[in-house]
Structures are given as structure tokens and as C-alpha cells.
Design a protein around this ligand. Structure first.
Ligand code: PLP
Length: 425
């Protein structure tokens, strides 16, 4: 679940922002911008590393990172340099021409993943749309299935376009937007029997399951890591039947899990996978990646005006090269362990409030007890008032997704604030 939905939840008091030290007057904003988000009355103006400052000058430790997006934090010198140089040189041209920056980024991605080919777009939803289109074309052309079905999981999150809210197995995102896109069916996550049953039940006439779309770790749905045995069995079933395995790596990919890709934790390789959030470190870019055998797009099949422009690709490449050059994955693993250790200690201290701590690398969740009146939004609001930015993932899970460059001291500070906040109930 995303923060906007939570804060729109009627259970959360409208005066949520009153606890904040630096309220932002939203009048002009709300009179001109559509109210698609419930927002904290806080406007951030400046950032450096893992710190951000609001319009009143108050400092926050940023454990949201634009929701798992600002891989290198704020104002990272490598990004500043690349952005500055590229905007002066060439920022946008059409995909009617070759874009060398695209080739460099695609090559880096191919060398650091199981992919053979890459398509660039601008966001996670768009990347998943592209993956769904690619899988449908493969179903029609190669599998010869007229009515292909994509299986997705309950509590998943795949984006906000029509096809991706349909793929998202959460009715609250679909409400009021019917008719949805046909060809999707939902199964419980981490439940192999359910997926096997759905594949055989849906196979009828010219209809069949031709793709399975899953997150390696469910992000918005509550920071739930995928089960290794479950994914390995799915991989085996896909190999046996020709069904495509598509992984949505939009949130967990690009190093956030302590490995470049979430699938590396599961001991499998997808046929198609998507990336966005962390890929550009905060510059909008998304990617659809696939193995050679399902690389079925041809000229005219898919396109994007902005997708893969020189500016976005050069910046994303500087993020990728910095991750590698500065050995940031090691930091993700070590800081992740430090964070989980601290969260476990807090959970042990407040057993009436906290039920579980889970995650990989620097995507972690702390789940509050179902029978406790405390919600994730309560904790997030109290943390903001103490200068720590956090984000819920569902009504009961607090999500920790700091920049991947977060330091030992910053993790300690965040844990101290959280401990203070938890102690106030
Ligand atoms: C955020 C997210 C998306 C949607 O990405 P946008 O860039 O907001 O379109 C898709 N899938 C997952 C797993 C996400 O976390």
C-alpha cells in the first residue's frame, strides 16, 4: 500500500499534520494541483546525502528516499556532475535516432543481470505495461494462445495505469476505474498450490496462463520477501510449460536488496523483469529487460517519446557506475544487518506493539500487532515530528528504505528516534 492511500484512510485523523514542527500552508497547492495524494503538511526544499531540509529550515533524516528511489541520496557529486554535463551537451532527441547513452546503460544492465535486451521508458508502471505487452505478443506469436492470462499476486503493487492497476492484486486501487483490462487473475503470494491450481483451472479452449508476474519481495504490500522454494517451483513450472516468469524489480531491484536484483535472493532467473525507482537515483527512468528468446518486439510494437533519452540514460549510468565503483552493495548488506538488528531489539522491547521485522538489504519492514491500536501512520507521523522520514507499507507495516549510501551513524540515529517514538505509547 502506498502512503497516499494510508493517509486518505478515514481512520487517520485529518489533523495528522498538526504534530509537525514545520507546517506548510497547502492553500495554493490544493487550489491548483489535483488531490491525488493525502500529503503531510511539509515541503522539502533541499537535500544532501541522507538529509533533507524543509522550507522552514528544519532538518530530517531521510529513510524514505523518495520511496526507495534516491539510491545515492540527495545531491550526490557523481549525479550532479553527470546531470550538469549532459544537459549542456544534449538532453533529448527522438528514438528515431541512435542514442549512444542508451546503449551504454543497456550494456551495463545486461552485464549485471540475466537480461539480453533492454527497452527504456520513464516509470515503473510503464515498465510493467511494456512487460505485459511483450508477454502478450509472445503468447500470441510463439505460444499461439488467443486469450492469454497473466497471473499476479494478492497484495501486489505494479503501478497506476489501467493495465497495472488491473495487475495490482488490491481492489482498493481498482475501485471506480472499471472496466479493468481483461486477462488477469490473482493468486495468494508465496502459495505454490494456489498457483498450480490456477494454471490448470484457467486452461480451457483458446485461453491459458501464459505469464506469471510477481515481485521478488512485495514492497507496497507490506515488505514481504518471496519464498525461495516457492519461486524455484514456479521457475520449474514455467520451464516445463513455457509460461513466462516476469519479475517486478521496480522497488527491490538496483541494489536495494543488497544484491543488484531481488531474484538473486531466490536462486532463479526471470524471463522478463522491470526496473524503475532506484535506476535513475531519482531521475525518471524505467526499463523492461528480457532474455533473447522472448525478445519479440519489432519496429512499431512499442515506443516512448521520452524513454531512454540521453539525459536520463547518462544519469542512470552514473548511478550504476557509482554503485559499482564505491562498492555500495556491501554497504547495503552491512547497514541492512545493522538496521534489522536494531529493529529486532526494539521489537523485543515492545512485544505488545511489534510482531515482526523482515526484509532484505535496505528494504525492511516492521509490522505492528494486529490487535494493537497503533497504526504505521501513527508511528510515521511521530517520527516525522522527531526529524525522521519513514513511510508505511500497508496499515500495519513501517517501511525503512534509506538511500543506499546511509552510514553507520545515520542508522543509529534512526534507531534512536524510533525507539523514542515507540516508547511514547
Ligand atoms: C512503485 C512501484 C511501481 C510503480 O512505479 P511508478 O514509477 O510509480 O509507476 C511498480 N511496481 C512496484 C513493485 C513498485 O514499487
Amino acid at each position: 500500500m502506498s502512503i497516499e492511500t494510508l493517509i486518505q484512510d478515514p481512520a487517520i485523523p485529518a489533523e495528522a499534520g498538526a504534530v509537525l514542527a514545520s507546517p506548510y500552508d497547502p492553500t495554493d497547492f490544493d487550489q491548483s494541483v489535483m488531490t491525488t495524494y493525502g500529503r503531510f503538511p511539509l515541503a522539502l526544499e533541499r537535500g544532501s546525502g541522507c538529509r533533507v531540509w524543509d522550507t522552514q529550515g528544519k532538518e530530517y533524516l531521510d529513510f524514505v528516499a523518495g520511496i526507495a528511489t534516491c539510491t545515492l541520496g540527495h545531491a550526490h557529486p557523481a549525479m550532479v556532475e553527470t546531470v550538469t554535463q549532459q544537459i549542456q551537451k544534449l538532453h533529448h532527441v527522438s528514438n528515431l535516432y541512435y542514442i549512444p547513452e542508451q546503449a551504454k546503460l543497456a550494456k551495463w544492465l545486461i552485464e549485471h543481470s540475466c537480461a539480453d535486451r533492454v527497452f527504456f521508458c520513464n516509470s515503473g508502471a510503464e515498465a510493467n505495461e511494456g512487460a505485459i505487452k511483450l508477454a502478450r505478443k509472445y503468447a500470441h506469436q510463439v505460444l499461439k494462445i488467443d486469450q492469454p492470462i497473466v497471473l499476479t499476486a494478492h497484495a501486489s503493487f505494479h503501478g497506476r495505469t489501467l493495465a497495472t492497476i488491473t495487475a495490482t492484486g488490491q481492489p482498493k486501487y481498482q475501485k471506480d476505474f472499471s472496466p479493468l483490462v481483461p486477462g488477469f487473475h490473482y493468486v495468494p503470494y508465496n502459495d505454490i498450490k494456489a498457483i498450480a491450481a490456477a494454471i490448470s483451472e484457467l486452461d480451457e479452449g483458446d485461453r491459458a496462463v501464459t505469464a506469471i508476474l510477481l515481485e521478488p519481495l512485495q514492497g507496497e504490500g507490506g515488505v514481504r520477501p518471496g519464498d525461495k522454494a516457492y519461486f524455484q517451483e514456479i521457475r520449474r513450472m514455467c520451464d516445463e510449460t513455457g509460461i513466462l516468469l516476469i519479475l517486478d524489480e521496480v522497488q527491490v531491484g538496483m541494489g536495494r536488496s543488497g544484491k543488484y536484483w531481488g531474484y538473486e535472493h531466490l536462486g532463479i532467473e526471470p524471463d522478463i523483469f522491470t526496473s524503475a525507482k532506484g535506476l535513475g537515483g531519482g531521475i525518471p527512468i524505467g526499463a523492461v529487460m528480457c532474455k533473447a528468446f522472448c525478445n519479440v518486439f519489432q519496429p512499431g510494437d512499442h515506443a516512448s517519446t521520452f524513454g531512454g533519452n540521453p539525459f536520463a540514460c547518462a544519469t542512470a549510468l552514473s548511478v550504476c557506475e557509482t554503485l559499482e565503483r564505491e562498492n555500495i552493495l556491501e554497504n547495503v548488506q552491512q547497514r541492512g544487518e545493522q538496521l534489522r538488528e536494531g529493529l529486532h531489539a526494539i521489537a523485543a522491547k515492545y512485544p505488545k506493539q511489534i510482531t515482526e521485522v523482515r526484509g532484505w538489504g535496505l528494504i525492511n519492514g516492521m509490522e505492528l500487532k494486529a490487535d494493537s491500536p497503533l497504526t504505521a501512520a501513527d508511528v510515521v507521523k511521530a517520527a516525522i515530528a522527531e526529524g525522521l522520514l519513514l513511510v508505511p507499507a500497508g496499515p500495519k507495516v513501517i517501511r525503512f528504505v534509506p538511500p543506499l549510501i546511509v552510514s553507520v551513524q545515520e542508522i543509529d540515529t534512526a534507531l534512536q528516534v524510533l525507539e523514542k517514538v515507540m516508547g511514547s505509547w
